[in-house]
Design a protein around this ligand. Structure first.
Ligand code: NAD
Length: 487
């Protein structure tokens, strides 16, 4: 049975960077899908703002093409024209003061109490001029501001950005997107943990041996070489997405499901991470860089450089120093050009204290709870059961899949942006990062980068379409553990 659709209040959604890649691939298709599902009222406006010299008709043509390329399912002409009627376009170079006056005119065309959102789908160098422009023109008093990663490059720049934002917007109106948090299964992880009694007694170091969080990609840096090489996998993926997943897996049950209760608990997890400094950072991290092979170019050719110390792969072992998790490491890994596209959180349980089926030849895997984000979203419980039939007491590994896996129910999981874009309109910040979380994450990441730099610690070369560098295997095997297969 589908969820009841409740239409949100009328709004103006200003998308800075509306002609860019993110807007075309994700934001505009997400708004279109929510519109055709009846969640967006026909009096809403979506105002594209970008430097490209277009008029509204030109923008509508651009959006029509973007939807044909990126929306899921067939597009009915009547729904399309109704959606296009919501669109307005304003050319603006945010560095040009006279362009701002035209934006103010558009804002003033509707009632003062209308929900107004400014989405910054632009490179981070434009955050400052846009936020200052909004303040200077009085557009910051009641409106909401949405930003995308990268939210800083290190702790100092993230703090600078937070200070800038807070000079113009109250924290309750700042929405920092980590689109992983909008994924159906990530929300299901919270439902699983906090709406059931079954798992909570086991959700601790007494029963969980370790946790693995993997985000593996098959693609290389794909035209983002300039940005990526300055960033590397640790900044690009771990500081935000992987640490957010770690927080949701490890946090204490919040007092309620409101934004600050959830974010307070996530913050405590980040603050409990054991610092990885100097030698400890080197002992608990592995960096890699893909080489050429199987007809695919190397990282260095992809970024068009002869040398680079940046990592396209990183694996880390993290300890959370609190009562729940002391003694249960969290292993994080992410990389490009790996064997398969796979994203999952796996809680691997301890072995039974005494095993009575010693005559069973087949190796028995420990129990695992696997929260799969990609390729198919869903939650699996891996247990051991008896092989059916004759032949004595033979055991095998069985996977229990939750009924909620969207692909099993023959309906694709909605894209995370669909949920998040309308959460902004609803004023719900639960799935967005608070400024202090972003800073706490950078506080943990910065010393790792400093240790690599000080030790001149080069990335280990790995083959494309592999599981990553061999050193990552060692990070696990030195403690008698193995990574789950990337498949
Ligand atoms: P893009 O380069 O494709 O688009 C940039 C947009 O900014 C264009 O619409 C351009 O007209 C506009 N712009 C540039 N200079 C301007 C100016 N002076 N005044 C007004 N508008 C100006 O970038 P993108 O890939 O869409 O990424 C946007 C942001 O989202 C970046 O911060 C990126 O890191 C982040 N992001 C992108 C993706 C993605 O899938 N593309 C994913 C996650 C995060």
């Amino acid at each position: 049975m589908g969820a009841t659709i409740i239409t949100v209040d009328e709004f103006d959604y200003f998308v800075f960077g509306a002609t860019g890649d993110l807007a075309k691939k994700k934001l505009l298709p997400a708004l279109y899908h929510r519109f055709i599902d009846g969640q967006i009222p026909s009096a809403a406006r979506i105002i594209g703002c970008a430097r490209s010299p277009l008029d509204t008709e030109g923008f509508r043509a651009l959006v029509t093409q973007a939807l044909s390329d990126n929306a899921s399912g067939p597009i009915a002409p009547a729904s399309l024209s109704a959606f296009l009627a919501l669109l307005v376009y304003q050319t603006i170079d945010v560095g040009n003061p006279s362009d701002w006056h035209q934006l103010v005119t558009i804002v003033n065309q509707t009632r003062d109490d209308r929900i107004t959102v400014f989405y910054l789908s632009v490179g981070p160098s434009l955050f400052e001029p846009i936020v200052k422009g909004l303040k200077e023109h009085g557009l910051n008093h009641t409106s909401r501001l949405v930003l995308e990663k990268p939210l800083g490059f290190d702790l100092a720049s993230a703090t600078h950005l937070n200070n800038l934002l807070r000079e113009s917007f109250d924290e309750s109106r700042i929405y920092r997107i980590d689109h992983y948090l909008g994924k159906e299964t990530v929300q299901n992880l919270m439902a699983l943990r906090f709406a059931n009694i079954l798992f909570e007694p086991l959700w601790n170091a007494h029963y969980i041996d370790h946790v693995q969080i993997t985000a593996a990609e098959t693609l290389g840096v794909e035209g983002r070489g300039g940005y990526y090489d300055r960033s590397g996998a640790l900044r690009d993926m771990v500081q935000n997405h992987l640490l957010q997943l770690l927080c949701l897996s490890a946090m204490e049950p919040p007092a309620s499901f409101d934004a600050d209760s959830v974010r307070d608990e996530k913050l405590k997890v980040l603050q409990s991470l054991e610092p990885l400094t100097d030698q400890r950072a080197l002992d608990n991290s592995v960096r890699g860089q893909y080489r050429e092979g199987d007809g695919m170019a190397s990282y260095l050719s992809d970024i068009d450089k002869e040398h680079s110390q940046s990592e396209s792969y990183v694996a880390l072992r993290a300890n959370i120093n609190n009562w729940r998790w002391a003694g249960t490491p969290f292993y994080l890994r992410t990389g490009k050009r790996l064997r398969a596209k796979m994203m999952e959180i796996s809680l691997v349980f301890r072995k039974t204290p005494h095993f009575i089926f010693n005559h069973v030849a087949a190796p028995i895997q420990p129990n695992a709870l696997v929260i799969r984000l990609q390729p198919d979203e869903g939650i699996d419980i891996e247990i051991t059961t008896k092989q059916p039939g004759h032949g004595g007491m033979r055991l095998h590994n069985t996977v229990l899949e939750t009924a909620e896996a969207p692909h099993k129910a023959n309906r694709p999981a909605p894209d995370a942006y669909q949920r998040l874009l309308l959460d902004v309109v609803r004023g719900d910040q639960t799935l967005f990062m608070r400024g202090d979380e972003v800073e706490a994450a950078w506080s943990w990441i910065d010393p790792i980068i400093a240790a690599w730099r000080d030790a001149d610690y080069p990335p280990e070369i790995y083959a494309p379409a592999s599981e990553g560098p061999r050193g990552a295997v060692g990070l696990m095997s030195k403690e008698g553990r193995v990574w789950r297969e990337i498949q």
